[in-house]
Design a protein around this ligand. Structure first.
Ligand code: HEM
Ligand SMILES: *[C@@H]1O[C@H](CO)[C@@H](O)[C@H](O)[C@H]1NC(C)=O
Length: 464
């Protein structure tokens, strides 16, 4: 019953929102009716579906990939539609993705539902554009850059070992669950520089998982709902982070290493702190959020692809056995240089990212009327670069549905391989994510043997 009521509410709200948008859009249509322009720009091809709901139901009643792919087949690289109350232009070519995310990025701003923004933290970098974004991004990139990562290898290795040990002991619900624990732990050491006591870590983990559960639930302020609980847990997370910052300011070693230290030490030209505690907390929660499920999905897909391709698994195992030799049979820790000598494993990672296309597409909003190849993208419309369609198009990847890491022996053409996005908002965590994958694969294939059903969540003493 509650579910039904929620559904009805959502539909009514959607209808109102899309009606407002639709009438605005109808009025806006006149703008380009030729005055001042010799050839008025036309909107991209495509259908806008029903007046209120657009094509939202079509999208959700089919496999989304199928929805996008069939549109692309019919209309080409750029087409319009109407989803969740918003008129959208979808872009399915590398050139168009580059236009929106790189060359004309200033004409397209990030756009997220207000409720998600409040849940993650309004000052988190992915919601921003311009100066604030640029400054913050430099700090985040610094904390996730090569020097920082080199120092993180032992921490990542420790997290991988402990994940595999608990998996092996049968303490995990599913592969994805195990991988989420791993990516959360790595997120924590990246942020706090390995200097966080277990009590704090447990507080963060528990409260974060409550936030996560409510992230996709219907936004409302009724006590007891998932959304409400998530917002409360978010406030507690914020409190824990502020406590940690206060403690660190009081200590002689100051803020310490890790992303948190970088953010706390940042100073503007006048020497004053660049970021408030509020802004720092939003960004810490934002990075945890951006890092966890994405990396965990990638790791899970890799495990599945290796499992499905036994010959490839053997080749990867041979490559990793050589690395294991180089570490004295696993007695010495893995070093950064070792992770750079895993060529085949690296290609397996790239191919997994292409096949799985974890972030299938992203959203931006046009901040002005924009022309693309003679088509008009009206101000206020959403644009969606469709990464997955590009990755799965035979125009850019031969035999796209075949899992074939050897295709990456040759670098993909520019702007065709975008698992981490493109341009000013491209993923600053991509090297860390790849490091995690390399280290996990190393220990998985050298330490474990496969038996049937190793993906079954309940299998005990799991051996690859
Ligand atoms: C396999 C794992 C990952 C994938 C597939 C992935 C994918 C992406 C993509 C596609 C974007 C761009 C979104 C857009 O343009 O709208 C992005 C942004 C971002 N990612 Fe990742 N990511 C991964 C792991 C990580 C990790 C481990 C971290 C941090 C430790 C991270 C932090 C971020 C942040 C902070 C942004 C926002 C950047 C900005 O707006 O300037 N990601 N990620
Ligand atoms: C959340 O954080 C608070 C500290 O603010 C802590 O007392 C609590 O145990 C944490 N866990 C959960 C599940 O909320």
């Amino acid at each position: 019953m509650a579910f039904f009521l929620a559904l009805v509410c959502i539909l009514i709200l959607l209808a109102i929102a899309s009606y407002v948008q639709y009438t605005r859009w109808q009025k806006g249509k006149g703008r380009f009716g030729g005055h001042g322009r010799s050839a008025p720009l036309k909107l991209p091809p495509g259908s806008m579906g029903w007046p209120y709901l657009g094509e939202t139901l079509q999208l959700y009643s089919q496999d989304p990939s199928f929805f996008f792919a069939s549109k692309q087949k019919r209309y080409g690289e750029i087409f319009k539609t109407h989803l969740l109350g918003c008129p959208c232009v979808m872009l399915a070519s590398p050139e168009a993705a580059r236009f929106v995310l790189v060359t004309q990025a200033h004409l397209f701003k990030p756009t997220y539902p207000r409720s998600k923004e409040r849940m993650i933290g309004p000052s988190a970098l992915f919601f921003h554009q311009g100066d604030y974004h640029l400054r913050l991004r430099k700090l985040v990139q610094g904390a996730l850059g090569p020097d920082a990562l080199r120092a993180l290898v032992p921490e990542v290795e420790a997290a991988v070992r402990s994940t595999l040990a608990s998996w092996d002991a049968g303490h995990v619900r599913s592969t994805f669950h195990a991988m989420k624990t791993l990516s959360f732990d790595v997120g924590i050491v990246t942020i706090f520089g390995g200097r966080l006591d277990e009590r704090r870590k447990a507080e963060l983990r528990k409260n974060y998982s409550v936030v996560e559960k409510g992230y996709n639930s219907f936004p409302n302020s009724l006590p007891g709902t998932l959304h409400y609980k998530a917002m409360q847990a978010r406030r507690r997370l914020h409190g824990v982070l502020c406590d940690i910052m206060r403690e660190r300011r009081g200590q002689a070693q100051a803020a310490g290493t890790g992303l948190l230290g970088c953010l706390m030490r940042s100073r503007g030209d006048d020497g004053a702190p660049l970021l408030s505690d509020e802004q720092i907390a939003d960004n810490v929660i934002g990075v945890l959020f951006a890092a966890q499920d994405t990396t965990a999905s990638a790791l899970t897909w890799i495990v599945k692809y290796l499992h499905d391709h036994p010959k490839l698994l053997e080749a990867v195992r041979a490559e990793q056995a050589a690395v294991r030799e180089a570490t004295g049979g696993g007695r010495q820790p893995l070093a950064w240089a070792h992770t750079k000598s895993m060529a085949l494993t690296h290609r397996v990672i790239l191919e997994s990212l292409r096949m799985a296309s974890i972030i299938s597409f992203t959203f931006r909003e046009a901040v002005a009327d924009v022309e693309y190849k003679g088509f008009l993208i009206p101000k206020g419309w959403k644009v969606m670069p469709l990464f997955r369609n590009i990755h799965h198009s035979p125009d850019y990847f031969q035999d796209p549905h075949k899992f074939d890491p050897s295709r990456f022996q040759v670098a993909p053409r520019p702007s065709t391989f975008l698992p981490f996005g493109h341009g000013v908002h491209a993923c600053p965590g991509n090297e860390l994510a790849k490091l995690e994958m390399l280290v996990l694969i190393h220990h998985l294939v050298t330490g474990y043997r496969m038996t049937h059903g190793w993906l079954l969540p309940l299998s005990m003493g799991l051996r690859l």
